[in-house]
Design a binder for this molecule. Sequence first.
Ligand SMILES: [Zn+2]
Length: 485
Amino acid sequence: METIDKSTDRIIEIFAELNAIPRCSKNEAAVRQWAKLWAESRGFACKTDKYGNILISVPGKDHKPDAPTVVIQGHFDMVCEKSPDSDHNFTKDPIRLIREGEWIKADKTTLGADNGIAIAYGMALAEKNDISRPPIELLFTVEEEIGLNGAIEMENDFFRGTVLLNIDSGEEGIFIIGCSGGKNIKLILDIKKTAPPPAYETIAIAAGGFTGGHSGIDINKNRKNAIRVLATIAASLMKQYPIYIAGFSGGSASNAIPRDAMTIIVVPAAIKNEIKEKLDEEVDSICKALRKIEPSLYIKSEFTAVPEYILNKADSGKIINILCAFPNGPISMSEDFENVVDTSCNMAMVCFNGNKFEVLASARSPHQLGIKEVETSIRAIADMTSADIWTEEGYPGWIPAPDSSLIKRCMKVYREISGTEPKITTIHAGLECGVIGSKYPGLEIISFGPDIEGLHSPFERMNVASVERVWNFILKLMCSFAREE
Ligand SMILES: [Zn+2]
């Protein structure tokens, strides 16, 4: 293990400089100021929009008169995660870079290569005077990691470029040419609480240890939703016995596949042991059936104190029906790309909120029609159960254009440089490309980047050899824009 020598390479040097400035989402002012000073000291025009995104305009070098202006785009902010044994303070401590062979990592924290490497590439490119390049604009956004906020709030005519390179994808050799849009949708049911009938007892059931994962990226991996599994068990018991629901909760975030859920059921005392046995049987067979895809799954149940309130019979049935019928998982697959989900829904969180029962879901699709399909399903369930719907405005997707001249140019340059064919695909998650593209009709966009592993975790690391290869690709691409048709 050795600490990085700051003189090794200009890109890594800029990256290290950037990493000395804390930059969690919503805390980008200092890093923005640093970029501004960098631009001013080199005579580049620099402007900031009202939300805090910046644009630095860099003249071209040795280019044909009609070369397009190319936007190099990345986000300033980083996810701030650290190991439990780290005392790193993300508001004031620099991220420390550690070199391990070909890799750079941080000291028990996220590295911020997502997306500091885009900024380092952009600045290094602007500083490079011995190449042909078209005019470039460096577009650095804020608050990407907490909902693409900077891109959403960016003014419509902020930049002039007609081609945008988003350097925020962490796998070399893969060109991302499309992404899903998304929308959070909540179903809200008014419920009536009532006192439990006499001679009833209570069983608490907790399900946990599910694999979970990102509700977009991991939705094609057949992972089970803890809420759905528990609702299925409750539905089966409800069919056979007169039971009531006194509680149901699960999930932790709209963009995570739920890993835990719990419910409280109230059962007739006279047959409580029979019901418990039936429940144990059910649980046993579910755990056996899911052993392969959910190896750490557990479902525990125990008798507990009778609660003060329960749901009446009708509402008990309604909420279990809602949780069993709710759209969840992939809904359709892409026609153009293998193993890529087109439209999906993640039944993400369930809770009681006063006299309301709420189910929060995250719908994803590259096109509005897909989002609408999910919304219509949820609306239908709401109609059938007299529930209400609340929806977010959401963010737009990015519909792939594999035949665009940008994609063809990138593929040609990549082939020339590497001798291999790049992989073209889309991702089932939101990228700034979708949001920015929706504001600039006709803008050609691609997303790529060097190899970065362990994103958003203290295991994040970046491959230096890959940084160099992608740099060579960028230089050759610039030359192509500057000189070729
Ligand atoms: Zn990123």
